[in-house]
Design a protein around this ligand. Structure first.
Ligand code: ZN
Ligand code: ZN
Length: 390
């Protein structure tokens, strides 16, 4: 298969990406972005639905021929970061920036929408182009799924992609099975009894108790879960006390918990609480403990991922279709993949030191050559995925 993207479409994708980059919007506030998506899809002739999970937009294209219903997803939100790049299209909004590449995702899916409509005679089944809000920590993917984007029409397979500064521009990185970790949160308050710092024996010291817990909780990863399974418990925030000679009443802790295996993830809440309870029992403190289930493990279907590999190899050659490394990052496309088979893959966007900075860095930017690769993959999936595996 060859997928030639016309130059005017590519120019439009670059211009759209730059326009979105200059006008970033945070989670569930993507109204300008959604209005652009809606207008473009309507002009192309898609059946458009708006206002899903607040700002989400769907563009549906029924070929009238038999085949699967395939969903292609782009996330739309930016981050609360002050951009440090000196680009002509740098963010015009103070404190907000497309530092993850979601501007590119929207632009690429709109470019693919245009090519797929131009080639609609070649289509089978039904396409659902899904523009999702709030990937960054707010679970827009879960809201979209809860509001029925997989149910009407009934989606058979779902695909999503992410630009990645970890791979050279133009490389497609896929992985069968778990690709991204689960991401959950813990919120803890340790309650002691405050008093004079000179008389610790008269109080119950929540700071000392928190210290015991923070040290001991690493045993969950090192002693409780298999050494062959990855896991992370990170305490990212600790607050307690006011001055040097007062034992406070309480300490609060916030943390993130990551896993790559559903059983490991399921065991985490109790394992962590056991350590917390022991630390508190040893000093006489009490605690409040909340385990917040956030993003599931992103698990790719073997067959659908095989299709991603096959298309990438066919379009770009074996050297540009690679097995990706697992990452402890998380992705809310996992909510789609919990419900339907599909695959989430990466498009390399690093073209040198400037475009190799980490995602969420204030100087993050992409090699725009990656945009063509992404559009080609989305078009290839749009044409081919509905014909497969029914
Ligand atoms: Zn991100
Ligand atoms: Zn992202």
């Amino acid at each position: 298969m060859t997928i030639a993207i016309p130059q005017d479409v590519l120019d439009d994708v670059v211009a759209t990406r730059r326009d979105l980059h200059a006008h970033p919007e945070l989670a569930f506030e993507e109204t300008r972005t959604a209005a652009i998506v809606e207008a473009r899809l309507r002009a192309l002739g898609y059946d458009v639905r708006t206002g899903i999970a607040k700002t989400g937009v769907l563009g549906i294209l029924r070929s009238g021929k038999p085949g699967r219903t395939v969903l292609l997803r782009a996330d739309m939100d930016a981050l609360p970061i002050e951009e440090q790049n000196d680009l002509p299209f740098r963010s015009t909004v103070p404190g907000k920036m497309h530092a993850c590449g979601h501007d590119a995702h929207v632009a690429m899916l709109l470019g693919a929408a245009r090519v797929l409509m131009e080639r609609r005679d070649e289509l089978a089944g039904t396409l659902v182009l899904c523009f999702q809000p709030a990937e960054e920590g707010k679970g827009g993917g879960r809201e979209m799924v809860n509001e029925g984007v997989l149910d009407d029409p009934n989606v058979d397979a779902a695909f999503g992609l992410h630009i990645s500064s970890n791979y050279p521009a133009g490389v497609v990185a896929w992985r069968r099975g778990p690709f991204f970790a689960s991401s959950d949160s813990i919120e803890i308050t340790i309650r002691g009894r405050g008093g004079h710092g000179a008389s610790p024996h008269e109080g119950v010291d929540p700071i000392f108790t928190a210290g015991q817990f923070i040290t001991s909780v690493q045993q969950v990863v090192s002693r409780n879960i298999s050494p062959l399974e990855p896991g992370v418990v990170t305490i990212g925030a600790i607050h307690g006390g006011t001055t040097h000679n007062v034992i406070p009443d309480t300490v609060t802790l916030l943390g993130t918990v990551r896993a790559f295996d559903a059983e490991v993830r399921a065991a985490m809440p109790e394992r962590i609480e056991r350590v917390l309870a022991a630390a508190c029992a040893s000093t006489g403190a009490t605690y409040d403990y909340t385990y917040v289930w956030r993003y599931p493990i992103t698990v790719n279907d073997g067959e659908q991922t095989g299709l991603v590999d096959e298309l990438a190899r066919g379009l770009f050659g074996v050297e540009r279709s690679v097995e990706g490394e697992r990452t402890m990052g998380a992705e809310d496309f996992s909510f789609f993949l919990e419900r339907v088979p599909g695959s989430y893959f990466l498009i390399g966007a690093a073209g040198g030191p400037e475009t190799s900075k980490p995602h969420h860095n204030a100087a993050f930017t992409i090699d725009e050559r990656a945009l063509e690769t992404g559009v080609q993959m989305l078009v290839a999936l749009g044409l081919e995925a509905p014909r497969r595996g029914r």
